[in-house]
Design a protein around this ligand. Structure first.
Ligand SMILES: *Cc1c(COP(=O)(O)O)cnc(C)c1O
Length: 421
């Protein structure tokens, strides 16, 4: 019987190996050779990082951006340029990579977590509003997994309270919110080119400067470069404030140029695959697809569905194991727990031996702070999406999810019905 689960000895839903491919090739090699030929790998003397940024600016329709050594660095630079400082509060998402938090803490500012929409997994604007205090200085809006945050109300809240909005676009290349590219809507947009993102330079990052103001651009640039000011004739080395060295090298810039050429196709493929999966699983019992609001475009860095365990008739872990047995690799949840339940926040110890900066306000982080976010991580199942997948790969993922969901739904409904009667 073909609907016998693979975990019970039935046939697997996945019949052919997943599509794979090479991310780097001749294009990257050519750019790298040219970079070495320059006889300098310093971004300010060479042309590769500059060209990388020029191309990025063209693609995004922005005037200024700055390259950094990582996505974490990009976010730190935006915070620094925004003047986020000791004791300021920064509102952000409890489901994210720690790269979102690190710059906040290095500025000795205090992360404050707002709750999420249960199905887009992005910040709930009403929850942001409820977290604002006189200390609030900025919002770091994480566009999780290629899906845009609801930016209109977030920007309205920011305007009302005079806050800076930093978009964390590390997982969201060419993602569109109501037609607009994320990373161009807030004051700054921060991207990562680490090896696991849509495009890779090994490590690296970009900050867009959306004010279009030259002085803002110079401030961002200086904050990524030890506060050196390299514009307007002579280099000014006078040290006015603390700023790290987060420079990108010419080698990263060279690879980035070649990777950017591939970016539109990568994003188009991922978008097609994710939307195809949603269409195929949206009527299944107990399965809540990765929700994208009408009018938005998600470029799926990963696909994360949720199970409604009661409706499904099985715990998330049992569903996940049965799906894996079908030949569909998946991971229950995403990060181990919401960010604020992790040891750094529970111990309130970012720097060894001190509770600074948390003790400035006496903030504590407790279970239940963001109930939607906690429920998301308890019931989510994450599935990889790749630009190298074929339509058949996606259809077989959907078939596996459908087979497992229908099996548990029909079997457990009967059992529960019998015992209840
Ligand atoms: C990857 C990532 C970062 C950090 O990027 P790095 O380049 O690894 O420092 C920040 N935020 C999110 C949401 C990410 O996924």
């Amino acid at each position: 019987m073909s609907d016998k689960l693979a975990i019970h000895g039935g046939p697997k839903s996945k019949t052919v190996p997943f599509g794979t491919g090479k991310r780097f090739g001749e294009e990257e090699l050519k750019e790298l050779a040219e970079a070495l030929e320059q006889n300098t790998l310093f971004y300010h003397f060479g042309t590769k990082v500059k060209t990388f940024l020029d191309r990025f600016n063209d693609l995004y329709g922005v005037q200024y951006s700055v390259a950094t050594s990582s996505g974490t660095a990009a976010i730190h630079v935006a915070l620094g340029a925004a003047g986020v400082s000791v004791g300021d509060e920064v509102i952000t998402s409890p489901i994210t990579d720690q790269g979102t938090l690190i710059g906040i803490l290095y500025q000795n500012a205090i992360p404050v977590f707002a709750d999420l929409d249960p199905h887009t997994y992005n910040l709930d604007p009403a929850s942001i509003e409820s977290r604002i205090t006189p200390r609030t200085k900025a919002i770091v809006a994480v566009h999780l997994a290629g899906n845009p945050c609801d930016m209109d109300p977030i920007m309205a809240t920011a305007r009302k309270h005079g806050l800076t909005v930093i978009e964390d676009c590390a997982q969201s290349y060419l993602t569109r919110y109501k037609g607009r590219l994320v990373g161009t809507i807030g004051h700054y947009g921060c991207f990562s080119t680490n090896d696991f993102k849509h495009i890779s330079t090994g490590d690296g990052g970009i900050v867009t400067v959306n004010s279009g103001s030259e002085s803002d651009y110079y401030a961002v640039h200086a904050f990524a470069d030890k506060n050196y000011r390299r514009f307007g004739g002579e280099v000014v080395r006078e040290l006015h404030g603390l700023a790290p060295n987060y420079r990108m090298t010419e080698l990263q810039g060279a690879v980035g140029i070649a990777q950017l050429r591939k970016l539109p196709d990568i994003c188009a493929a991922r978008r097609k695959h994710g939307d195809r999966l949603t269409a195929a699983i949206s009527d299944l019992p107990g399965i809540k697809p990765h929700h994208v609001e009408v009018g938005n475009e998600c470029t799926y860095w990963f696909y994360m569905l949720r199970v409604d365990e009661r409706e499904l008739g099985a715990p998330r872990e049992v569903f996940s194991e049965a799906l894996a047995a079908e030949g569909i690799p998946n991971v229950p949840g995403y990060i181990p727990d919401v960010v604020y339940m992790q040891p750094l926040f529970q111990r309130r110890e970012a720097y060894a031996g001190t509770h600074f900066p948390f003790d400035i306000t006496g903030i504590t982080y407790e279970r239940g702070l963001c109930p939607n976010a906690e429920a998301i991580l308890r019931t989510a199942v994450r599935i990889a999406i790749s630009e190298f997948y074929s339509d058949l790969d996606v259809d077989e993922i959907a078939a596996g999810i459908g087979k497992v969901a229908r099996y548990f739904h029909s079997h457990t409904t009967q059992t529960i019905g019998d015992t209840e009667r």
